[in-house]
Design a protein around this ligand. Structure first.
Ligand code: ADP
Ligand code: ADP
Length: 229
């Protein structure tokens, strides 16, 4: 079954008389556990597409299904709940809460899902161990290295065992060696949990490691042959 599906997505930004047609008629299916990269030049619309897939913005036309549920059919509250349970987000910037420890940051999505504190704590601890941060549970983001912060963000994205993780250049801020390491850990965890991944990147060497590579170009999403990546 599909972890994530989009049909006929269009997005037009309107600012006064100025209209930017980012794309129209973009469709995409991501099956359970599948990892998909979306390549594209700066301004091609990758972040816009990811926002629509994640229910953070509303398409001008088209529909998105997350874990079989149509996003547009849900109330804001139900959409927020589904987003927290069925999706994980990892951005270039970690977006961890600075006043909370790594453990507390990773516990939050579990608590928001209505689970007891003890369960949230034990799940968060397992995920942080999985990304090699068992010695950093009580550290706040400001006390972690760049790589450690992104690893904590990966743990947070995966802690609710979502259907799909949406990544927007999740290792874009790290040096090459750290980026490769964090990326490998994220992929390994995704695969272990059978969580799908949609990764927006301009880095072809990262894209090549995923099951499928698409390119967003002039408003169209096209699958690339392995020889083109
Ligand atoms: P990418 O992530 O591939 O760099 P974006 O999705 O950020 O591309 O942007 C796609 C196009 O949409 C660009 O032309 C950008 O200027 C425009 N755009 C993005 N966000 C907005 C916005 N909030 N309002 C108006 N135009 C926007
Ligand atoms: P990573 O490969 O995870 O990014 P680094 O090589 O950057 O790790 O850092 C190695 C160690 O140095 C980290 O485990 C971390 O504890 C410590 N460290 C790095 N930067 C900072 C920082 N800004 N504040 C506190 N500790 C740091």
């Amino acid at each position: 079954s599909d972890a994530l599906r989009a049909e006929g997505l269009a997005k037009t930004y309107a600012e006064g008389d100025l209209k930017t047609h980012v794309f129209h008629d973009v469709s995409l299916s991501v099956v359970e556990g599948e990892t998909v990269a979306i390549l594209g030049a700066s301004g091609a619309g990758k972040s816009t597409l990811l926002h629509l897939l994640g229910g953070l913005d509303t398409p001008t036309a088209g529909e998105v299904w997350v874990a079989g549920q149509r996003m547009n059919a849900l109330t804001d509250a139900a959409r927020g709940k589904l987003r927290n349970r069925a999706l994980g987000f990892v951005y270039q910037f970690h977006h961890l809460l600075p006043e909370f420890t790594a453990l507390e940051n990773v516990m939050l999505p579990v608590l928001l899902d209505g689970k007891p504190v003890a369960e949230a704590a034990s799940r968060a601890q397992v995920l942080l161990e999985n990304v090699g941060l068992s010695h950093r549970l009580q550290h706040k983001p400001g006390e972690l290295s760049g790589g450690e912060r992104q690893r904590a963000a990966v743990a947070r994205a995966l802690v609710n065992k979502p259907a799909c993780v949406l990544g927007d250049e999740p290792t874009g801020n790290l040096d090459e060696r750290t980026a490769a390491h964090v990326f490998e850990q994220m992929l390994e965890l995704n695969r272990a949990q059978k969580t799908s991944l949609v990764l927006v990147t301009h880095d072809r060497s990262l894209a090549r490691k995923l099951d499928r590579v698409l390119e967003l170009h002039e408003g169209r999403l096209r699958q690339l042959a392995p020889s083109e990546v």
